[in-house]
Design a binder for this molecule. Sequence first.
Ligand code: UT7
Length: 324
Amino acid sequence: MGKRAVVIGVGHYLPERIVTNTELEKTVDTTDEWIRTRSGIEQRHFAAEGEKTSDLATHAAEAAIARAGIDAGSIDAIIVATSTPDLTFPSVATMVQARLGMTKGYAFDVQAVCAGFVFALANANALILSEQANRVLVIGAETFSRIMDWSDRSTCVLFGDGAGAVILEAREGAGTSADRGILATDLNSDGRHKDILYVDGGVSASQTTGYLRMEGKEVFRHAIEKLAQTAETALEKAGLGTGDVTWVVPHQANLRIIASTARKMGVGMDRVVVTVQEHGNTSAASIPLALSVGVANGQITEGDIVVTEAIGGGLAWGSVVLRW
Ligand code: UT7
């Protein structure tokens, strides 16, 4: 017996504007062929001028709230995972709180870059298990198009904007892996690798917002090594094995990384939710976007074992295993 944090609703929002690889060919020294073969990406969405991370986050939250069939006023806490907030402060989460008309509860952002949603989900789970909240809205929302250096073709073709959200609710469970809800989490970081993926500006260092810088090959190498490992560790903590997995819902950075991780786990690609072709890399938004698309497509259904895994700047990486 004990509490479990169960997903009762999921939703997402993508900005209207779609930018195809072919469109990028016009302004960047690149080809559709290179982007597809190296990353699997075919298109991405870009936020409109004046459209902010909190706008994307609010739309995704409203969709999740509608799906859960609850009142925004019944939410106790909001956690937004983002590295591209509207402002240095206050948090995007407090902006969303106001937009949803909430006058109680608490809201804050977490920043673990592409692993942000996994970190936010693990923290929301901890709030529920420690009875500091009964209903938590967890959002991943990003506008990475705003931190692209358009003269750096090795990064600017990879990222996109979007948001996804889930609502977690405390339910009583039997304490076994047959329970619905979050069954195990595994979080890691290693700051020695901070220089292979970072933004070269910030409040304290330069008083600028800066641009994303990445040593793609190095990040790729770490991803291949660490993602299957964290997923398997989380599964083990849940008392499960890779054979029990219904869906892997990975961070959507690169189709080659997704496929290689699935292969290492011994999970066929028919059990992996893939959205990277259509969304590009939306950092902390990619997993909740993929969860929402997976549910909308009829792939993920109640009772499924879902494994999320992600890695990004820090490096920070981790996995959450849940029964949907
Ligand atoms: O979400 C956070 C985690 N991030 C990731 O997981 C990203 C991890 N890294 C990757 O996904 C891959 O490393 C990339 C997709 C970024 C790059 O793939 P790669 O196979 O590692 O390519 P590369 O960096 O070795 O580049 C190969 C070539 C270079 O040319 P030379 O020096 O071999 O002649 C680049 O100049 O591709 C060239 N290149 C491009 N060509 C056309 C780099 N970017 C482009 C481009 N269009 N956009």
